[in-house]
Design a protein around this ligand. Structure first.
Ligand code: HAM
Length: 444
């Protein structure tokens, strides 16, 4: 039978040699979000199609062209989530989380699905880290969420990103803007793509993020929303800028940022990288004050953002930013003979119970092959255990980096010796980071 060896186009596997990078990025993001008061929420990978139609919007590229929608065996239309916000809002309302203390702050790590043309930084299955904050109206909420995104990027060592912000107003000021946009595009209606000709009547703002080069070209000279903000929206945007300025968070006002999803109101923002080429946005978000009401719940002024994890990792790679290496096994036990196998198995079990990472031979190989394998694993130490070692309860601890060997008792003191060694190494690491004095203090 033919071997199926190719994953679907636009998807990617994360191999064991790379997964520690993902874990580092994910854990860092979640832990910083926790410091800002966000707790993780998990929602299903598929939702009722209607959820995305009503939140992301009927006239968006995402809903019109990119969703993985299918009928399940019960004849219901379901869709693999193209983004995280809609599901988070649905879950908040379903479980009445808004009846607890507000704002309700949630964080998530999700896979998302969009039928897009795959290219560097653009996949059909991709991953996001995101946060959503429900029930916070004033501009300091916008500034705080931007600060959170920035703290995560900075902590990860992401360089070369700039923050672009804009305001796309509220439904009342947007009505005036739509009239101006319609007038602008109407005269060139025939040059727009078919989808945008339809958008011109239904939602002209969506023409601004059409990916067709002809539409993008025409959109360049379109009126900008900032010129149409009502007094309240203008004051809100001013408040956001004042907070960012007070906290010395650099930003650029960018009237081209309109975001590709319909739920946004007022502040929208993107972090744009100089290392990603065409798919330069690593993080996008903004306010969506009307979403919970649109989904049938109460009106909750809310906001959030999501970062693309593939793009984040691409930047770290492109910039050569170091990611802490995964822990290596502390010890490899190399048994020679059946008695030694049993003894090593018992030793490995006890060491693992004590939290030491140990590997031992489970493939039944000879010494040479075992040493090669231990080397490949990057084990710090190896102890070869044969009949002699068992009889004398004495072995030799080989330091794989230096090749140095020292005698080691194969009794309970083995555990303390190994703990002491790993402790010594941690203290040496701390001394490198924080100086000898602190490390000495900790030792005492
Ligand atoms: P978005 O801008 O559609 O916003 O996606 C957020 C991020 O996901 C993008 O900035 C990008 O890094 C990544 N991304 C999007 N599409 C792809 C793709 N095809 N391949 C790889 N990465 C991709 C949202 O999804 C909103 N839900 C964000 C949000 C949360 N707004 C408020 N709360």
């Amino acid at each position: 039978m033919a071997l199926i060896t190719k994953a679907p186009r636009g998807t990617a596997d994360v191999l064991p040699a790379e997964s520690y990078k993902w874990q580092h990025v994910e854990q860092t993001a979640l832990s910083i979000a926790r410091d800002f008061g966000y707790r993780e929420m998990r929602t299903p990978v598929f939702e009722h199609t209607e959820l995305f139609q009503r939140s992301v919007g009927e006239t968006t590229d995402v809903v019109q062209k990119e969703m993985y929608t299918f009928e399940d065996k019960g004849g219901r239309s379901v869709t693999l989530r193209p983004e995280g916000t809609a599901g988070m809002a649905r879950a908040l309302l379903e479980h009445s989380l808004h009846n607890d203390a507000l704002p309700a702050k949630v964080a998530y790590l999700t896979s998302c699905y969009r039928y897009e043309k795959p290219q560097a930084g653009r996949l059909r299955e991709f991953h996001q880290f995101g946060v959503e904050c429900f029930g916070a109206a004033p501009p300091q909420a916008d500034a705080e969420i931007i600060a959170l995104a920035r703290t995560i990027l900075e902590t990860l060592g992401v360089t070369g990103v700039s923050l672009h912000i804009n305001s796309i107003g509220c439904p009342s000021c947007r009505a005036r803007y739509h009239t101006a946009l319609k007038a602008y595009f109407e005269v060139r209606r025939d040059e727009l793509c078919g989808t945008c000709q339809d958008r011109l009547d239904r939602n002209p703002m969506r023409i601004l993020d059409c990916k067709s080069p002809a539409c993008a070209d025409i959109a360049k000279g379109a009126p900008v929303m900032l010129d149409y903000l009502c007094d309240d929206c203008a004051a809100h945007f001013e408040g956001v800028r004042a907070c960012l300025t007070a906290a010395e968070i650099p930003f650029e006002i960018d009237t081209r940022i309109v975001r590709g999803l319909d739920y946004y109101t007022r502040t929208v923002f993107e972090f744009i990288s100089d290392a990603l080429g065409a798919q330069a946005t690593v993080c996008g978000g903004g306010r969506y004050d009307g979403l919970t009401k649109e989904l049938g719940g109460p009106e909750l002024p809310s906001l959030g953002f999501a970062m693309g994890l593939e793009r984040l990792l691409m930047i770290l790679e492109a910039k050569g930013t170091s990611i802490p290496a995964p822990p290596r096994p502390e010890l490899y036990l190399a048994p020679m003979g059946p008695d030694a196998v049993r003894e090593c198995f018992a030793m490995a079990s006890r060491l693992r119970e004590g939290g030491v990472s140990v590997e031992f031979d489970i493939a039944g190989r000879g010494l040479k092959a075992q040493m090669k394998y231990a080397d490949k694993l990057g084990a710090r130490y190896v102890i070869v255990v044969g009949d002699n070692e068992l009889a004398q309860k004495q072995g030799r601890l080989k330091d794989m980096a230096s090749g140095a060997e020292e005698p080691i008792a194969l009794d309970d003191s083995l555990y303390t010796t190994l703990y002491q060694k790993s402790l010594d190494r941690q203290l040496a690491g701390m001394a490198d980071l924080f100086g000898e004095e602190l490390a000495d203090g900790l030792e005492k």
